[in-house]
Design a protein around this ligand. Structure first.
Ligand code: OAD
Length: 253
């Protein structure tokens, strides 16, 4: 089946020219970039995960200590959902963009691995990866748990409980990921901010760092967020529509 031809959109000439001249691009993404794959966001009214569940009951170390089986099962449900979806045109356009620049780094808050599945090669996962199992006690990475019926499964090394390898509220980001994200923000010629409400620190700081370092800030979101005020360009729309159209505009001009 032929891929649908991206809807033609007109972009500010200055943005296209800046993109054509750029050498280093950073693409900062949140749950909105996976929304069109069918992965729930967190804060969209009605459909967002945090509209239906309480973060403090599921996405904190305290919640895991209190009720490990419920937390494990919630992530197992999310894994099953994510395992059944495909990267969408936004992920694919971002992956295609990377060959047009000296460097294009995706700095994502998402844990779904869809950027990598779409072909993005340089991805920084600020909040970990849902497919990773770590021991809650010794921190070792565990291969996918074998058999056994205990929920959560246990660590093969220390017999501690396994947890998903994602960052929970109150936990620090992986230091190497944060350092790389900061470096990208400070060196980018163009900094895209795609599909994030920009409400969770320290990730939400990155667009400010990029702007202060001289990057052209491009916001892609169907609705306004706090970063509209500091963006040089606001592309109002769904990432799955805007990003393929931007790629097409770059190829056309
Ligand atoms: P949110 O759910 O907070 O925000 C999703 C954003 O995507 C909103 O601004 C939507 O308007 C926008 N959006 C929705 N559909 C879109 C589409 N088709 N195209 C483009 N944008 C769209 O998700 P995040 O900002 O990613 O962290 O949330 C940040 C962090 O808070 C997550 O990593 C997670 C969450 O709690 C932890 O759990 C630690």
């Amino acid at each position: 089946m032929r891929a649908a031809h991206p809807a033609r959109m007109d972009f500010d000439t200055e943005l296209v020219e800046r993109l054509r001249a750029a050498r280093r691009v950073a693409v900062f993404t949140g749950a909105g970039v996976s929304a069109e794959s069918g992965v729930p966001t967190f804060r969209d009214a009605q459909t967002g995960l945090w509209a239906r569940f309480r973060p403090e009951d599921l996405a904190t170390p305290e919640a895991f200590r209190r009720d490990p089986a419920t937390v494990w099962n919630w992530y197992a449900w999310r894994r099953e959902l994510i395992g059944g979806v495909q990267p969408n045109p936004a992920h694919r356009a971002i992956a295609e963009l990377q060959q047009r620049f000296d460097t294009l780094t995706v700095v994502t808050q998402n844990v779904d691995g869809l950027h990598q599945r779409a072909g993005s090669r340089d991805v920084v996962e600020l909040h970990g990866n849902i497919w990773l199992d770590l021991c809650f006690e010794c921190g070792r990475r565990s291969a996918q748990p074998g058999g056994g019926t205990e929920v959560p499964p246990r660590c093969a090394y220390c017999n501690g409980l396994l947890r998903p390898g994602v960052v929970w509220f109150g936990e620090s980001l992986p230091p190497s990921a944060w350092d790389r994200a900061l470096d990208c923000a400070q060196r980018a010629d163009i900094f895209f901010c795609i599909g994030t409400s920009s409400l969770v620190e320290p990730a939400a700081r990155l667009p400010h760092v990029a702007r202060a370092a001289g990057a052209v800030l491009v916001q892609v979101n169907p609705v306004p967020t706090a970063h509209d005020a500091i963006a040089h360009h606001v592309l109002r729309g769904k990432a799955g529509v805007v990003m393929p159209a931007l790629l097409e505009a770059l190829e056309r001009m």
